[in-house]
Structure formats: structure tokens, C-alpha cells
Design a protein around this ligand. Sequence first.
Ligand SMILES: Cc1ncc(COP(=O)(O)O)c(C=O)c1O
Length: 345
Amino acid sequence: MSLRFIDLRSDTATRPTPEMREAMSRAEVGDDSSGEDPTVNALLEKVTDIFEKEAALFVPSGTQANQIAIKVYTQPGEEVIADVGCHPYRSELGAAALISGIQFSFVPALRGVYSRKEAEQALHPVSERSPRTAIIWVENTHNAGGGQVFPIEKLKELRALSLEQGIPLHIDGARIFNAFVASGVPPNQWAKECDSLNFCLSKGLGCPVGSILIGERDFIREARRRRKMLGGGWRQAGILAAAGLHALDNHISRLEEDHQNAQRFSELVSGIPGVRHVHETTPTNIVYLDVSETGQTASSINQRLQKNGVALSVPGETTLRAVTHIDISSQEIDRGAKALAEAVA
Ligand SMILES: Cc1ncc(COP(=O)(O)O)c(C=O)c1O
């Protein structure tokens, strides 16, 4: 029997389980572009209950959710306060500049975490010279920050600033359920500390497609218009929403396993000569490794790994990333770590 390929490139690599496929095949559908898909509507109702926010919108991707949020809150020439590692700046092809005409104002941050004081220093008072600050942006958990959870106390401080200044606070919570499972802070608490938030169904929750944008009714009304403008006004999306409903019922608490697997992987690879951890800890499901001391490039190591049935992603010339998810067992973590040791040697 051939062994399964161990795909640690991303938690987007997950495939729907047989039970999820079964739920998808039974979904009742309608035209979601007109708000008439009953399964999408059931998903949105469930999400608004979980997060205790007024309204939600089902969109094809995390990137689209981020871009819609930026578009709704900003006018061209305005600024978004964020850390330099945030997804819309780093990995969305400059879409925020193209679609919304905004610029980012970066705050110094460690693994994506910054304080109220740092945000205050990046804020621009309304004046004849400065661009207006239109959003305070938080990523939780932080992808480039090695799955770091944004501490709720720090978020509360940012929230106070956002309310005092009248600047909306948005959370890119692509992995907010990982943050919940790792910290114990429930989804409604994260949602209470922001105006709006998005999360991905298609990452650790194991769905094939889909993200959700959540906020107040007026925000979501405008977001729905922007979704249409960006080509996201999909039709019988209930088949995908059924996967989302299944995931919210069955795949949240199991994220703990992914975190344990990432921790195990971190420990197993830390003895490999020349391989160093980029971050000191592994709070959730993402591990970045610096291989510069091996004298090899990350892509050459990864090519050898792939010949042994394991793939990591290569975010930098000498950086590898492993992300654990529902399709990776603890035995596969052991195999993956062993394959990495062999590929480096
Ligand atoms: C933090 C974060 N935000 C947004 C996205 C974008 O999600 P998608 O790949 O669905 O566009 C990602 C994807 O990795 C992410 O890590």
C-alpha cells in the first residue's frame, strides 16, 4: 500500500471528509446573489449566533473578504493601520491599492501583535496634510507570525482607541477558530472587540471553499454590493454553505489536534542540524523554519522532501513553512519530520 502524500504546505490543502461531502450533496439551494439560498441563509444565521453580530456574508475567499472590508471602510487616498506582515499587504497582489486606492501605515509589531500606544503613533490626526486613518487592522491568528494569537487584552486596548477615534477595527480572523481553541477566548468575545471580522471555512475547518464576513447590518449591506462588484455574487452556493455548516458543527474542537501536531513537529525538527525556528513558540498550527545554516536553499530541500512524499511551503529563499490540518495525523507528523531531517542531510 502506498503512503499518503503529506501536504503540509497549508491548511487550505484540506479535502472534504465523506461526511462533509454527504452534507453537501443533500443541500437545498437557491440564488444567493439575491439572498435566496436557504442553506447559505442557515449558515449566516448560525454564524451571527456564534459571533453575536448583526449580519454576515458568505464569500468565496479570505482575500475577497479582506478586500471587501477595506473597500467598504475606505476612500481612495486613505490609510489602513496594520503590521507589515498582514495578509492584505503581503499576499494579495496589491489589491488594496488597486481596488480601494489606499495605503498602509505600518505599526511596529512582534508576530503581528501591537499595542494601543504603537497604533496611536501610527494614527494621523485629520489635517490638511495627512491621509485619514480609515481602519485599524488586526490579523488573528497571524499567518506570517507563525500562528500567533492576538492577546485579547491588547485587542481591548485597541478597541478603546478605535471607539475614541471613531475608526473601525477589523479583524482578519482567517484562523479565528484556531485563536479560540488555543486561547479559550470564544468567538463572540473576539467579535465584541471589533466592528467587523472575517474567517475562512476553507482552512483548518476543512471546507473546500468559502469565507465569512461578519459585522453590523449596514456594513454587511454595503459589503454585499461590493461582493457583487468584485464578481463574488455567486448563485447556488448552498452546496458550499452545507460544508460550512458541517464544519461549524464538527470541526472546531478538533483544531486542538492540529495544534498538538504542530507542537510535535516543532519539537521533532528542532534537533535537525542547521534548521532553526523562526519563532520561539508554536501557539497554533503554523511553523516557520529558517534553513540558512544548512547552506542550502529552502526550495532545494523541499524538492528532496517531495520525492519522499512530503511538501512544505517555501515563503522565502531560506524559509520553509509547515501548517498542520485535518488531513494530517500524528504519525504523518513523525514521517514528515523524519523526511525533513533526511532531506537536509
Ligand atoms: C491571515 C489570512 N488572511 C487571508 C487569507 C486569504 O485567504 P484565501 O486564500 O481564502 O484568499 C489567508 C490565506 O492564507 C490568510 O492566512
